[in-house]
Design a protein around this ligand. Structure first.
Ligand SMILES: Nc1nc2c(c(=O)[nH]1)N[C@@H](CN(C=O)c1ccc(C(=O)N[C@@H](CCC(=O)O)C(=O)O)cc1)CN2
Length: 312
């Protein structure tokens, strides 16, 4: 007798759910706008963000422009200090000292990268820690390392905090999960590892980088991948663990030499959406969250100033 005939099935490609940074950032901005109103109405203070931009890099100009638009949307005052490419270290330090003294400035950022002739670490270190809207001052990063801070007491770096918020706001818990962070930069990879291993997040983190020789093996084991190395397509769809959660932080601008047209490329192959369970689009994923968390840092600096939040 003939056995049951199995129907041939063609499996539809799995399409990952979207980690929508635009929506989450919108929600955060609405929450912040209410807190800003309380600061204005009950404490007579309007938070103020200043930006320091050195030189003519088009991407940096675009990011700084976005920060000022965001401020206007939520009711934060914003102040621009656009400085020439050939500024000296001393002149830039003087501008920093002025912002440290300016009572209208609740928090400020120095847009990175700075031109090569400037000492970035010395500049970041000169920012008053309580005005460090990027969370990149050594005191604030040190508090993160020592695990003595949280978003209430001192600022967290914007992109790592944005990534955590994007996951939390989508109901994704990381306890017991293997998270592979690719990239060891100071704005994303290094602080992200520290943040994700904290209680109650409790992730188990591997920090990979351009010197890592067994990336495919690590990817195969990773429940969550955060790609922040700045190498287009370095995370191959075929190397991901099926069902992985994927966050693409990479932004590389590629200019076509023939047309002169510039396109943006992330670190993750587009096909990853067919393998992953969740994926952050790029653009529209982590970038908007970075912007939202900058606003949160400015609001929280103002809240600390008037005693709504505790200081460190
Ligand atoms: N002082 C700082 N400098 C830099 C930081 C930073 O956090 N602080 N991060 C990046 C640039 N950056 C913010 O400054 C930033 C990058 C990208 C985005 C973003 O929203 N990207 C869009 C798409 C990309 C684009 O249009 O260019 C997205 O992901 O949807 C926001 C902020 C380096 N410097």
């Amino acid at each position: 007798m003939e056995g049951p005939v199995e129907e041939e099935t063609t499996q539809a490609p799995q399409t990952a759910r979207k980690l929508d940074g635009i929506q989450a950032a919108k929600d955060i901005k609405e929450e912040l706008a209410q807190r800003i109103q309380v600061l204005k109405d009950e404490h007579g203070i309007t938070p103020g963000l200043a930006t320091v931009l050195v030189g003519d890099d088009p991407a940096s100009h675009s990011y700084v422009g976005g920060k000022h638009k965001d401020c206007a949307q939520v009711g934060i005052n914003s102040i621009r200090r656009d400085l020439p490419e050939d500024i000296t270290q001393e002149e830039l330090e003087k501008a920093i000292d002025e912002l440290n003294e300016d009572p209208a400035v609740t928090g400020y950022i120095v847009q990175l990268p700075l031109p090569k002739h400037l000492d970035t670490n010395a500049i970041l270190e000169r920012i008053a820690p309580e005005k460090d809207a990027d969370g990149l001052h050594p005191v604030n990063l040190g508090r993160l390392v020592l695990n003595v801070s949280d978003a209430m007491t001192s600022p967290l770096p914007c992109t790592p905090h944005g990534i955590v918020q994007l996951l939390v706001r989508n109901g994704i818990a990381l306890t017991g999960k293997n998270v592979l962070v690719i990239g060891r930069g100071v704005t994303v990879g290094r602080p992200l590892g520290l943040l994700l291993t904290r209680r109650p997040i409790n992730a188990t983190v591997t920090l990979a980088h351009t010197g890592t020789v067994n990336l495919p093996e690590l990817l195969a084991e990773a429940d969550v991948v955060v790609a922040a190395a700045g190498f287009p397509g370095m995370v191959k769809a075929a190397e991901l663990k099926p069902g992985a959660i994927v966050l693409d932080v990479g932004v590389t601008r590629i200019t076509d030499p023939e047309t002169g047209k510039t396109t943006l490329s992330g670190d993750v192959e587009k096909d990853a959406a067919a393998v992953a369970s969740w994926i952050s689009p790029n653009p529209g994923g982590v970038g908007p969250m970075t912007r939202a968390m900058l606003l949160a840092n400015v609001v929280e600096a103002a809240e600390r100033r008037v005693g709504i939040l505790p200081g460190a």
